[in-house]
Design a protein around this ligand. Structure first.
Ligand SMILES: [Zn+2]
Length: 559
């Protein structure tokens, strides 16, 4: 019902746009409208081609676009062909592809039970029910004999917040036990209050444990602080894990990494002779890490499979400063084929993230149609293996095709909203970069306002591909639709909501006739104007003063 409605509305709107464009272009060298928008470029963004491309990428034929499958081959070829037919130049020399070599590690404990030996008593816990474990080390057998446990609180070293959980303690060869999240979650005067910093992410905690030379790390699960339940940890860790092939073969990571349930942690503290409120104490500044007087022994057996996937990359060369790049990204991969639910086993990934990839095509059309061509190079990048831990973007930023110190910004699109047009637009991790100032200005041109994400404590800023650019000091933008819907038709809104709810990472993320794509198109226009504005300027956006990446950003530009 509302598809027909939107299509009609679209035809009327686009007809008006074309008429407007034609009349103001009449006889004069038109550049911008008075509102500063390039109408020719915006008119090139089309609902019908967008919908068709989303539907194709999310069709069953593409088998959920999992890396190393037939769906991978189909998807990357489709994207490369599309880039070519849109008149984009190959982004990697004469090729549209950047090969990403990966290793699939299947890691299993030799014994499914894990025993913690205390001074007077011991506890034994069960694999998957009470703990999960794995490794990044590319070795067939990993044996860690009698490693002592140390409770390191949040496991954070953050000089700018005057916080060091590893101060005065040597954890080399030991196993650290750490809490999820960061101190700001519990005390609004610490860190960034309830907006999670990178120090709160589990990936950071594993990295820090590696830097400290720990033999192992076990994170204490907490549904509230982690923002997902034990079942998510359990399923996420029970199968094979993909990783990039690195020169060090994972040796800079701890020998093992894992999680223990909250109940297991309680039992562990009981046999370790520490105060029962130790986790509360660890939330206070100046907490000191505590040896637990408990040891454990870990043995893992690993099998490996090597395979490659591809990032697909194209560009429009800048007319004045071609060495400076603005990089649009959207991951093309999704979860593939899984357990059948009511006869459906294909994880189509329509919103996540066929919607983002198809947006790259519309953006390309807009840049090609712009009256004044971009002065900086615009790069369009469809990334692989985001769902496996942001691997395609990690590979790109470790093996960049365009110098990192000349990369102006990364604008990342991952999961748009099909609820319809909104008055506002949402920036994930607001307060991080100057790109937000561009968003403000562009949004105003479209009569839209800017706000932060709904749930800043979930650390969304660290959970999509722009974050690998950020880790190299490149400002990244992760922006999504807002929540103030323009439509006041509650029946219609309810129908759309029902057609979207609970579909994230399920077989039901497939194109639904009740979805409305107008809001996505509005967001694509905004994404265009932000990058286009930047492409005509000479300045480099920076990280904001309070960002934990500020120094990194400055160092990058100094190179
Ligand atoms: Zn995604």
């Amino acid at each position: 019902m509302n598809i027909t409605f939107s299509m009609t509305k679209y035809v009327i709107l686009s007809t008006i746009a074309i008429v407007l464009y034609a009349s103001c272009n009449n006889g004069k060298q038109q550049q911008h409208n008075t509102d500063g928008l390039d109408s020719a470029a915006l008119a090139a963004i089309s609902l019908s081609s967008y919908q068709t491309n989303v539907a194709t990428l999310a069709s069953d034929e593409f088998l959920g676009r999992k890396p190393f499958t037939k769906g991978d081959t189909l998807a990357v070829n489709f994207i490369a062909d599309k880039f070519q037919s849109l008149g984009l130049a190959p982004g990697n020399g004469s090729s549209y592809f950047q090969e990403v070599p990966m290793v699939e590690i299947t890691s299993k404990p030799v014994d499914p039970t894990l025993t913690f030996e205390g001074k007077n008593s011991s506890i034994t816990v069960q694999y998957l029910d009470d703990y999960v474990i794995g490794t990044r080390r590319q070795e067939e057998n990993i044996v860690v004999e009698a490693t002592d446990l140390v409770f390191v609180g949040f496991g954070i070293v953050a000089p700018e917040y005057n916080w060091n959980d590893y101060e005065g303690i040597d954890v080399k060869g030991k196993t650290v036990v750490a809490m999820v999240s960061d101190p700001g979650r519990y005390d609004a005067t610490l860190f960034k209050a309830d907006t999670m910093t990178y120090y709160g992410r589990w990936t950071y905690k594993f990295e820090e444990a590696g830097r400290q030379g720990a033999a192992g790390i076990l994170l204490i699960h907490d549904t509230g602080a982690a923002s997902y339940g034990w079942d998510v940890v359990r399923t996420g860790w029970s199968g094979p894990q993909l990783d990039l092939v690195t020169d060090d073969k994972g040796t800079t990571s701890p020998a093992f990494e894992g999680w223990i349930s909250a109940e297991t942690a309680q039992k562990l503290f009981q046999i370790s002779g520490v105060a029962s409120n130790i986790m509360e104490a660890a939330k206070q500044p100046k907490f000191k890490a505590v040896p637990l007087e408990v040891s454990t022994k870990v043995a893992l057996h690993n099998t490996f499979r090597h395979a490659s996937s591809n990032n697909v990359i194209a560009k429009i060369e800048g007319t004045v400063r071609p060495d400076e790049t603005i990089i649009y990204t959207a991951h093309w991969d999704h979860l593939g084929v899984g357990e059948a639910i009511a006869g459906d086993s294909i994880y189509n990934g329509a919103i996540d993230n066929a919607a983002g990839v198809a947006a790259l095509f519309e953006l390309a059309k807009a840049f090609r149609a712009a009256q004044v061509k971009p002065e900086r190079t615009i790069v369009f990048m469809a990334l692989t293996a985001e769902e496996e831990g942001l691997l395609g973007s990690a590979f790109y930023t470790n093996n960049p095709l365009y110098p990192l110190n000349k990369t102006v910004a990364n604008l990342n699109m991952d999961a748009f909203s099909a609820l319809g047009e909104t008055k506002d637009v949402s920036i994930v991790g607001i307060g991080q970069t100057d790109i937000e100032d561009y968003v403000e200005r562009s949004a105003a041109k479209f009569g839209r306002s800017v706000r932060g994400e709904k749930n800043p404590s979930s650390g969304g800023f660290y959970r999509s591909d722009h974050f690998n650019f950020v880790k190299k000091g490149i400002p990244g933008l992760f922006m999504g639709s807002g929540s103030e819907l323009l439509s006041t038709d509650t029946t219609q809104i309810n129908t759309r909501q029902q057609a979207l709810e609970g579909r994230y990472h399920t077989v039901h993320d497939e194109v639904d006739e009740h979805w409305d794509f107008e809001g996505i198109l509005a967001d694509i226009r905004l994404f265009f104007d932000i990058g286009y504005t930047m492409s005509l300027e000479t300045t480099f956006p920076q990280f904001k003063a309070k960002s934990e990446f500020r120094d990194l950003g400055e160092k990058r530009l100094a190179k």
